[in-house]
Design a protein around this ligand. Structure first.
Ligand SMILES: [Zn+2]
Length: 748
């Protein structure tokens, strides 16, 4: 069955590639994972009971020791019965219902052991999803509501292909390229091919690749599959997490008419599991007509699938040296930072002395808009230079497609070392945002830890680097302390607590009864958070300056959206396109003094313009599909129609909302169901220069309704959606992290 599946996918890959230009590239992409895989060799099923079980049946039973721990659900109502528990299967469950065999029912409060039960699956919850079990109905109980439910091992039907994919029997097929899988080791995601002992995969080399160094990582874990009792006709498998076998890794080179050579080999014992190991082959052999590299893993003892999974981490040819050194690039996104709260953008409170000083050394763009009023679509645009309406990543069920060409991919292929340092939330590999990054650190962290991690990596570079650094410091919760709080939080007697946790700030779209005093207090807390961010960021920049890392470095400082404090009746962000949510700081520091001397910060700027600007400074090719324009290029002036725009679909609405600006007149339109209360009619215009707070709508002759409709139609036609969405995997870890940031559901 696996081989049939494999054949189908090979066929699909071949057909899928038919439309591509046939002319060979002079030089392939640096990353081997960006090239089609030439061959995959699997272990022989006749000698492997697990593989033979997977081959024999489309459905297997999976005895799931790894089932996520069950949580009490719901957690708060005190006397609600029946109490329900929530768990997440680690494998997609097939079939109409969830069947659990409680194999090891132990622990305090368990009344029975060895119980078998049939539990209905939550309707429509095709896994990975949640399974709700009513424990009273099946006589599972804990002594108290707070006690953990007993540990048990559910067993459920799943498909052989899902199991193969999950456990690494096959994670890669011939014809694959751009495998989007990232594996996380020690908090750092790396692009990886997951494979198993006894298998081998190959990439072909072009003549231009000869005599270049090859760099790669490799790793292993102690997971493997083993067969357990087999009920009539149905294979049953479980995970063995304690594999002790040593794994042998090797890379072999072959070319027509030349003897096969092993270029590199090593062995990892079980004790070396779960850590990344780096390696380098100093020079690939010369070859005239192309060659093949084969990456092999075998167990040093028999029983291949019982020997653990292995990983090849982003094997890539080292970049060729360039004639003149390319500038480094540091892109800093200060999440949720609205422009008008910084001194350099005219704010009168002392929130940002250090950012203000940094801004004086560079070019400050007065009129920069983010691509959307919340994190995910905004970052997708920042990286891909596509407007939200083009990439279509409007909520976390969609990931930025592999087809998108990101600035990190462009710079990596131009020879840059690339790394991202993010505080997780929506800025994560599962959502397609890690494309092109060799390393993607993604963890809830304090702002100092984030900056320190980035600085450590930057200072260790010997080649040009692209570092993307992202922090949620000024995102909710607002919990400033110490001097910043004393300086910026005025006395407040209202009902809100000392620190505004996530629940204390009304979500976007939701009505609230907060007073003007409450709004001012929240706004003060936010200001104090900015002051703390300013300190941390100032320290980060000072450290890099001292170590010389900022020499020949383009620095871009911006945000993904702003934050509202009831200026238009609401709080938080994601819901409107007023300036408080859309207008972001954008500051460029040139790689060498005076390099941007002729650049004006007066021109309208959009988030999609940032990637082309970076590419131009780095002298890297600009992908033809990008929608933005380099800010270094001369602009057509204010007559452009429109000069800035955002078209975006808010969560919970089927309709687009939009903001357009032309000659200083901004036009806003909201779908009926999401219209802020004071917005009537749905189309509103503002003169930003005389009315920056957008309080006095004008019925402007600048832009008639007919003109607006035409402008929109033209925009939609010129910027269609590029791809149908590809689904994002929603892991329990992802949901837990989002919940911690206050993203319980929907977007934010
Ligand atoms: Zn954000």
């Amino acid at each position: 069955m696996i081989r049939a599946l494999l054949l189908c996918l090979v066929l699909a890959a071949v057909i899928g590639c038919a439309g591509e230009p046939a002319s060979p590239r002079r030089e392939g992409p640096r990353g081997l994972m960006d090239r089609p895989i030439a061959d995959v060799a699997l272990p022989d099923p006749s000698t492997d009971p697990v593989l033979s079980a997977l081959e024999a049946s489309d459905e297997v039973w999976f005895l799931d020791k790894l089932f996520q721990p069950w949580n009490v659900f719901p957690t708060t109502p005190p006397d609600e019965t029946p109490q329900r528990w929530r768990g997440v299967p680690t494998m997609p469950v097939s079939g109409p219902g969830f069947l659990a065999r409680i194999a090891d029912l132990t622990g305090p409060g368990a009344r029975q052991e060895g119980l078998e039960l049939e539990a209905p699956m939550k309707p429509g919850a095709v896994a990975p999803g949640e399974v709700l079990v009513d424990p009273t109905g099946v006589h599972l109980a804990t002594p108290s509501r707070q006690a953990k439910p007993p540990a048990f091992r559910p067993c459920y039907p799943t498909s052989a292909s899902a199991l193969s994919e999950r456990l690494g029997v096959i994670a890669t097929l011939p014809g694959d390229r751009h495998p989007s899988r990232h594996e996380t080791f020690d908090g750092e995601a790396r692009r990886a091919v997951r494979t198993m002992a006894g298998s081998a995969l190959s990439w072909d080399l072009e003549p231009a690749d000869a005599r270049r160094p090859l760099e790669f990582g490799f790793a292993r874990d102690r997971w493997s599959l083993r067969t357990v009792a087999q009920p009539a006709g149905v294979p049953m498998l479980e995970v063995n997490e304690q594999s002790n076998a040593a794994l042998h890794f090797a890379i072999a080179w072959s070319a027509e008419g030349r003897p096969r050579q092993t270029l590199w080999e090593t062995t990892l014992t079980a004790e070396q599991a779960d850590a990344v190991h780096e390696a380098r082959i100093p020079m690939l052999p010369d070859h005239a007509n192309g060659a093949r590299l084969t990456f092999e893993v075998r167990a040093t003892e028999t029983g291949s699938s019982g020997a653990g999974r292995a990983y090849w981490l982003d094997p890539a040819l080292a970049a060729r040296p360039t004639k003149r050194p390319r500038p480094n690039v540091l892109l800093v996104v200060l999440d949720t930072l609205r422009a008008d709260r910084l001194g350099c953008y005219g704010y009168e409170r002392a929130t940002s002395p250090r950012i203000d000083a940094i801004a004086r050394e560079g070019v400050l763009f007065e009129r920069a808009w983010s691509a959307a009023p919340w994190t995910l679509p905004s970052h997708a645009s920042l990286f891909s230079s596509l407007h939200a309406v083009e990439h279509g990543v409007f909520d976390a069920s969609v990931r930025l497609p592999e087809e998108a060409e990101t600035i990190a991919e462009v710079l990596f292929n131009a020879g840059y070392d690339t790394a991202a340092f993010t505080e997780a939330g929506y800025v994560r590999p599962e959502l397609g945002l890690a494309q092109g990054f060799q390393r993607f650190r993604c963890a809830l962290a304090e702002v100092d830890q984030t900056f320190d991690g980035a600085a450590d990596w930057i200072e260790a570079r010997e080649r040009p680097f692209f570092a993307f650094v992202h922090t949620y410091k000024v995102h909710t919760p607002y919990d400033p302390e110490g001097p910043a709080r004393e300086l910026l939080v005025r006395p407040y007697d209202g009902p809100l607590p000392k620190d505004a946790r996530v629940g204390d700030v009304p979500p976007a779209h939701k009505p609230h009864d907060y007073s003007a005093e409450d709004a001012r207090y929240l706004s003060d807390l936010y200001d104090a958070e900015i002051r703390e961010l300013d300190d941390a960021f100032g320290d980060f920049m000072d450290r890099l300056r001292r170590s010389g890392a900022l020499e020949n470095t383009l620095v871009i400082i911006t945000a993904d959206h702003g934050e509202e404090f009831a200026e238009h009746g609401q709080f938080n962000h994601s819901n409107s396109l007023y300036e408080e949510q859309l207008r972001v700081p954008l500051i460029l520091l040139p790689p060498s003094p005076g390099a941007f001397a002729s650049l004006s910060g007066d021109v309208p700027a959009m988030a999609v313009d940032i990637a082309p600007t970076i590419a131009q400074v780095a002298d890297a090719p600009v992908p033809p599909g990008w929608s933005g324009r380099s800010l270094l290029e001369p602009r057509g002036g204010s007559d452009e129609d429109p000069s800035r725009w955002v078209l975006y679909r808010p969560s919970g609405s089927q309709e687009m909302t939009y903001a357009l600006e032309r000659r200083g007149v901004k036009l806003l339109w909201y779908p009926e169901d999401l219209r802020p209360e004071d917005t009537n009619p749905s189309t509103t215009m503002f003169r930003l220069e005389s009315d920056p707070g957008e309080q006095a709508g004008v019925s402007s002759l600048e832009w008639t309704l007919e003109g607006t409709a035409e402008a929109l139609k033209a925009l939609r036609q010129a910027h269609p959606r590029r791809w149908q969405g590809s689904g994002a995997s929603s892991s329990p870890e992802l949901r837990a992290q989002l919940a911690e940031l206050g993203y319980a559901s929907g977007n934010d």
